[in-house]
Ligand binder design. Structure first.
Ligand code: G3I
Length: 380
C-alpha cells in the first residue's frame, strides 16, 4: 500500500474515534434506556404479548433497550372484557409477570378510549346513562395492577376540534356528556390514589392547519379540567410523526410544550414513530430522513424541563402498526419493476433485523444533548 494512502486511512480511522476530553472519552450509553436515564428520563417501547412470547430476539432487544413497556393491546377494555362480567386477565397478567422479571416498568394504556369499547358496553351506553358501568370496570382493573402500574392513560384521544366543545363525539360523550373526562379522572383517582393520571392525545405535533386547532382544543380541555380541580398529573403527546406532513416547527412545539408545563403538568412523548414518504429512495436516504425528523422533534421536546420520558410505538420495524400501503406504492409508478420491494416502513429505532438504525443514533444524541428536567423524579 502506498504510504500516503496508508496514512490517510490511519487519519480517517482516528477521525472516527471519540475525541478525548480532559477525563477521557465518555463511553456511549449501551442502550436507549441508559441514555434516557442519564438525562433523568425514561425510554420505553410499546409491544404485544404475542410478539414478546414468540420472538426471543425481539424480547431480548426490548429488555435491553426499554425501561418501560406499554402494552399495545392487552390493557384495552375490549381485550380484557369481551363479554360482560367475564374479565380475562390472563394476557395482561402474563405481560406484567414478564415485565417484573425483566425489571421493566409498565405504562397503563389505556382506560377510556372510544376505539376499545367492548360491543356489549357500546350497547349498554346507548341505554340510560349509568356511570357504574365505568366504575365497575375501573374497580376490576386498576387495583389489580396497583403495584405494577404507576401511570395511567386514563383518557385516550378525547379531542375533536370541529366539535363546539372540542371533544370527540364518542360513545362516552354521548352517554355521559362532555364531563366524562373529568369523571373518569376522578374515578381513576379513587382506585389509584398514588398513580400519575394522564390524558394521551395525537395530532399535536405540527404547526399546521390540522394540528393547530387540535392544540387549542386540547389546551381548552386542560383548562376546563383544572378549573374543576380534576386530578390530572400529566399528558402524553403520541407523536406519530409523518414525513408527508411537511416542516416540523421546533419553535411552535417548544411554545406548545411550555403552555402545557405552565399548567403544572408533566409531559411525555408516548407513541413516537415516523411514517415515511419516499419509499423509492435508497435505504440510507430513507433512514436519514426518518432520523432527522425524530431528532428535530426530540431536540425540541427534550428542551422542555417538564418532559419526563419518551416511548416509541414499537421498537423494531419488524412489528409496527405503520404499514406501506397500496396508496403509498401507487405514488411511485415504475418503481420496483426489477422485482425488489420497498420492504416495511422504517420508522422505529431498530430495523426489521433488530439492528440499530440512524433513528436510534438520533435518539441517543437527543438524550445526550437534553438539559436536565424539573418535573418530579417520582414520575420516571
Ligand atoms: O389479533 C386479531 C386477529 O385475530 C384478527 O383476525 C384481526 C382482524 O381484524 O384483528 C386482530 O386484532 C387487531 C390487533 O390490532 C392485532 O393486530 C385488531 O383488529 C386491531 O384493532 C388492533 O389494532 C391496534 C389498535 O391500537 C387498536 O387497539 C394496534 O395494533 C395498535 O398499534 C393501536 O395502537 C394505538 C394506540 O392504542 C392509541 N394511539 C394510536 C395507536 C396506533 O393506532
Amino acid at each position: 500500500m502506498p504510504p500516503d494512502l496508508n496514512r490517510r486511512r490511519v487519519l480517517a480511522a482516528m477521525a472516527a474515534l471519540p475525541v478525548d476530553g480532559p477525563g477521557g472519552a465518555e463511553p456511549a450509553p449501551a442502550s436507549l434506556r441508559a441514555a434516557a436515564r442519564l438525562s433523568g428520563r425514561w425510554y420505553g417501547g410499546a409491544a404485544r404479548l404475542d410478539h414478546l412470547q414468540g420472538d426471543a430476539d425481539f424480547r431480548a432487544a426490548l429488555v435491553r433497550e426499554c425501561g418501560v413497556l406499554t402494552p399495545e393491546l392487552e390493557l384495552k377494555w375490549a381485550a380484557l372484557e369481551p363479554r360482560r362480567g367475564e374479565l380475562d386477565f390472563r394476557r395482561m397478567d402474563a405481560l406484567i409477570d414478564f415485565a417484573r422479571q425483566a425489571g421493566v416498568a409498565v405504562h397503563g394504556h389505556t382506560l377510556v378510549w372510544h376505539r376499545s369499547i367492548p360491543d356489549w358496553a357500546q350497547a349498554a351506553m346507548q341505554g340510560p346513562a349509568d356511570w357504574r358501568l365505568i366504575e365497575r370496570y375501573f374497580a376490576s382493573v386498576i387495583p389489580r395492577y396497583g403495584e405494577a402500574i404507576t401511570r395511567w392513560d386514563v383518557v385516550n384521544e378525547p379531542i375533536d376540534p370541529a366539535a363546539a366543545d372540542g371533544l370527540r363525539d364518542s360513545a362516552y360523550k354521548r352517554a355521559f356528556g362532555p364531563d366524562y373526562v373529568r369523571r373518569a379522572l376522578e374515578t381513576a383517582r379513587v382506585f389509584a390514589p398514588n398513580a400519575k393520571l394522564m390524558i394521551n392525545e395525537y395530532g399535536l405535533e405540527y404547526d399546521d392547519a390540522e394540528d393547530r386547532p387540535r392544540r387549542a382544543a386540547f389546551l381548552r380541555l386542560l383548562d376546563r379540567l383544572q378549573a374543576k380541580g380534576a386530578p390530572l398529573d400529566g399528558v402524553g403527546l403520541q407523536s406519530h410523526l409523518n414525513l408527508g406532513k411537511g416542516r416540523l416547527s421546533q419553535t411552535s412545539l417548544r411554545a406548545f410544550l411550555h403552555e402545557l408545563a405552565a399548567r403544572g403538568l408533566f409531559v411525555s412523548v408516548s407513541e413516537l414513530d415516523v411514517k415515511e414518504l419516499d419509499y423509492a429512495s435508497p435505504v440510507e436516504r430513507r433512514d436519514a430522513a426518518v432520523a432527522a425528523l425524530a431528532q428535530a422533534y426530540l431536540d425540541a421536546a427534550l428542551d422542555e424541563p417538564r418532559m419526563v420520558g419518551v416511548t416509541t410505538w414499537g421498537l423494531s420495524d419488524r412489528y409496527s402498526w405503520l404499514e406501506v400501503t397500496p396508496a403509498d406504492l401507487r405514488r411511485f409508478p415504475g418503481a420496483w419493476r426489477d422485482g425488489s420491494t420497498p420492504g416495511v416502513n422504517r420508522g422505529l429505532p431498530l430495523d426489521a433485523a433488530l439492528q440499530r438504525k440512524p433513528m436510534y443514533q438520533a435518539m441517543l444524541a437527543a438524550f445526550a444533548a437534553a438539559p436536565g428536567k424539573t418535573a418530579g423524579s417520582s414520575i420516571i
